[in-house]
Write a new protein. Sequence first.
Length: 297
Amino acid sequence: MSSSTKILAGVFVLLAIAAYFLLPSGKEREVSYKPAEVNLSIDSASIVKIDLQHPGKSVTIENISGKWTITSPIHYAANSSTVAELISGLRKFKAGSLVSSNPEKQNLFQVDTTGSKITVTDRSGKSTSLIVGKTGPSSSEVYFRLPDFKDVYLGEGLSTWVINQDLKDWRDKTIFSTTSDSIKQLAFNYRKKNFVLRRDSTTWKYGEDSIATNIMTSTLNTLSNLRADDFVDTLYQPKTQPFGIKIQSAGEVALNFFPQPPDSSKYFVQTSQSPQGFLLNKWTVQELLRPIEKFQK
């Protein structure tokens, strides 16, 4: 066999190997197959209901009298900023290139039963659904498919982090909210002692003692937008003594904080504004107590 013949034979072998690995298999090859056309024209302004179904959990959020409310599996005010972020993503969402038409590869992109199904319903009652899988090649991309089709596409605009949040993160975590300038007085009941802090025209004082501006500013910023880390939906039986803060702003609001055993890393919180129970981490609670630290001795 001449050297040129050997070279040609080697080239044919290489081409055969390349074809084996690069060309689609019999299962993947579909003769005269036309991918489904993707038309996701979602009018975000008309959305009145959002259903999110994940493996083992689901959340339904509805616009009731202009307020986003979780209606399943509980009934509670929704986190409006999180809902707005999801709706913004739906408004900007664009379908990109076709990735696969092989049903056996749906699991690879997490658009089978492991994916998250989003269904949005508008005012007319029209519903639009898509199954969102894992994040794509870039952080702004996701793999998705339509429920009745096998085609997997890349899409851009939605965040898997927003879609896959736990129920607690869809809930409104507000414990207390006001403007820091509206707070005129704080009354602490801590370790069987009372500390009443009042705002005058220039500073905050405990009796005749002034409190550092930076300390009060930090505490007021935390208190005026006090948000829970988690919720307690069962009947709470206190096992520790609480401390309390009464806030004078437009009205009076009372907060009670119960340290949780064994190490007080979390506090159960009650508010006079709602029967709902909340959990806060100790770092937030310590920030609230900073103005009275030097007066405790």
